[in-house]
Design a binder for this molecule. Structure first.
Ligand SMILES: [Zn+2]
Ligand SMILES: [Zn+2]
Length: 244
């Protein structure tokens, strides 16, 4: 199983990341990836980019040095009604939208409230990927989340960085395994993301791959194996993205 794309990447614009998009392009080429998505944090993240940064990504070429570069955002959930910090005028300009729950932006509630926030966010058709579920700081009903992803045709991320005990989501491991098992059981798409904040981490999927292998995930459900498969999914939202 060869992974050819990484759709969770933060550049210096995120405020607490350290590489430029060109650093990532170089790293992608070095590691044999075909596609990356720039997913800087949404504007509500302390120190994050302003909305002009997000909408102006269209100036970046679609293909650089043979690497397809999608323009995206890792938006924040900012309300239990599922509202997110994507500027309205950014929607038609973005190739991909990841949404994550970050406790520094929005204080988590009860398990029921957090689950409801995710389910409501999923009603937003233009949201594609649910970032790093499984964080014990943001308790969620895992099965309800996965069934929501099935109902609304969303991709669940199995985030490689969630397994690092030094990172902000320590303790995610058990939940990530359970979520992967549930996705596999219910036929829900998954994507491994590195959540890179420095380009050296791009394309390093060891933890996510271990989960996929140990759970025995159906390869068809894994979105990292083909740029065309990912783009076909993104285009179900009315976009017209080309692989090259
Ligand atoms: Zn970050
Ligand atoms: Zn995140």
């Amino acid at each position: 199983m060869k992974f050819v794309l990484d759709c969770h990447v933060h550049t210096i614009a995120s405020g607490h990341a350290y590489s430029t998009f060109m650093d990532y392009v170089g790293e992608a080429k070095k590691k044999g990836l075909e596609l990356i998505a720039l997913t800087d944090h949404g504007p509500k993240m302390p120190g994050g980019p302003n909305e002009f940064h997000i909408i102006n990504q269209i100036v970046i070429p679609e293909v650089i040095d043979g690497i397809r570069v999608l323009k995206g955002i890792e938006a924040n959930i900012i309300g239990f009604d599922g509202s997110v910090d994507v500027p309205e005028r950014a929607y038609p300009r973005l190739d991909l939208i990841i949404v994550g729950f970050h406790d520094v932006v929005f204080k988590p509630g009860t398990k029921e409230q957090n689950t409801e926030a995710f389910l409501k966010a999923m009603e937003n058709e233009m949201i594609d990927i649910i970032a790093h579920p499984g964080n014990p700081k943001v308790p969620v009903d895992n099965e309800a989340l996965v069934l929501g992803a099935k109902k609304y045709n969303k991709i669940i991320e199995i985030n490689n960085a969630s397994f690092l005990t030094t990172k902000s989501r320590a303790g995610s491991k058990e939940n990530c395994y359970e979520i992967a098992r549930l996705c596999n059981k219910h036929g829900v798409k998954m994507i491994a993301g590195t959540d890179s904040h420095v380009h050296f981490d791009l394309g390093v999927f060891n933890n996510s791959i271990k989960v996929f292998e140990e759970v025995g995930v159906d390869e068809e459900l894994i979105m990292n194996t083909s740029a065309q498969k990912l783009v076909d999914y993104l285009n179900t939202k009315g976009r017209s993205i080309k692989v090259k």
